[in-house]
Design a binder for this molecule. Structure first.
Ligand SMILES: NC(=O)c1ccc[n+]([C@@H]2O[C@H](COP(=O)([O-])OP(=O)(O)OC[C@H]3O[C@@H](n4cnc5c(N)ncnc54)[C@H](OP(=O)(O)O)[C@@H]3O)[C@@H](O)[C@H]2O)c1
Length: 278
């Protein structure tokens, strides 16, 4: 259960910060206990108006304010932000817990760049905005059991959490969870376009695809039946669905998805090699 007094600061006010902070507010966490530090004035004004949270341009304000600081900048900015925070951390008896959500940055890199802070790496995804996220988490050895509990409570407020013992598995979480909402949206976009091209009004095409996606996921989750068995239940021999499934299989859908996910995971590893250590 998330401590209602826990103070959380985001460094970076982009898509991911907004998704997590929306989810936190949606879960009932007080906006007064949330700060967003981000450089663009227009973005700060919008965030303050939309979420009623505190906003700052100075990243160092996060240090005095927060129990947990979430680094939600692009991976190539993590080194710069950690450089900025390091001196401020050094002045504190008990520096804040740092949670990095950057793809392709490992916990040891953030630990070293931030002057040996307690670090947890998180790989959330966009549905965190509505409390339906999946966050892969890896705790650096510097993090205490209490830190792990606090970060678990925090990310549980915006969806499910999944702890990963082996940091080398984080790129696979990037491929399966961090990036994967985009694959589903791409698939749904293609379905929607085809339904419209076949003559359905756009709003009906959109609703038909969206409700079917929601229903398919809810059914799998509630019954615990495997994806392959459920597919079998929809696909009657010589029926309509079989025609569609055959088309996907002939075009090697598994191969395409496999290749895409390997490329995502490899990109995450590539980023790890190139940032901070460079
Ligand atoms: N988007 C996703 O679905 C997703 C999923 C998993 C993980 N992630 C990770 O989340 C991180 C953020 O991604 P994003 O999609 O949210 O990117 P984004 O929308 O581009 O947001 C990046 C934010 O960083 C801010 N920023 C830039 N320089 C800064 C600085 N020196 N100090 C403080 N803030 C600074 C920008 O500020 P202004 O806007 O104010 O200019 C912007 O709001 C990335 O590391 C990414 O790997 C994203």
């Amino acid at each position: 259960m998330l401590d209602p007094n826990l103070k959380v600061a985001f460094i970076g006010g982009g898509s991911m910060a907004k998704a997590i902070l929306s989810g936190l507010i949606f879960s009932g966490h007080s906006p007064k206990h949330i700060m967003v530090c981000t450089p663009t004035a227009k973005n700060r004004t919008e965030i303050a108006e939309n979420f009623q949270v505190l906003v700052e341009h100075d990243n160092l304000k996060a240090v005095a304010f927060a129990d947990i600081i979430i680094l939600a900048v692009k991976p190539n900015m993590i080194g710069t932000v950690c450089d900025e925070l390091r001196e401020e951390f050094a002045l504190r008896n008990q520096p804040n817990i740092l949670v990095s959500v950057a793809a392709g940055i490992n916990s040891e890199q953030v630990h070293q760049a931030s002057g040996n802070s307690r670090v947890i790496c998180a790989m959330p995804n966009l549905p965190a905005a509505v409390g339906q996220g999946l966050t892969g988490l890896h705790a650096h050895e510097s993090a205490s059991q209490e830190d792990i509990k606090q970060v678990n409570d925090l990310m549980s407020a915006v969806g499910e959490t999944m702890w990963i013992n082996n940091p080398h598995h984080m790129p696979s979480i990037v491929a399966a969870a961090g990036s994967s909402p985009a694959y589903f949206y791409l698939f749904m976009e293609a379905m929607e376009k085809s339904a419209i091209a076949q003559g359905l009004p756009a709003h009906q095409a959109h609703e038909a695809v969206m409700q079917s996606a929601l229903g398919a996921v809810s059914l799998a989750k509630q019954t615990g039946t495997s994806f392959s068995q459920l597919r079998g239940q929809v696909t009657s021999p010589k029926g309509t669905t079989e025609q569609g499934i055959k088309t996907f299989l002939q075009r090697d859908i598994e191969g395409i998805v496999g290749e895409a996910m390997i490329k995502v995971a490899n990109r995450s590893r590539e980023l790890e090699q190139s940032h901070i250590s460079s």
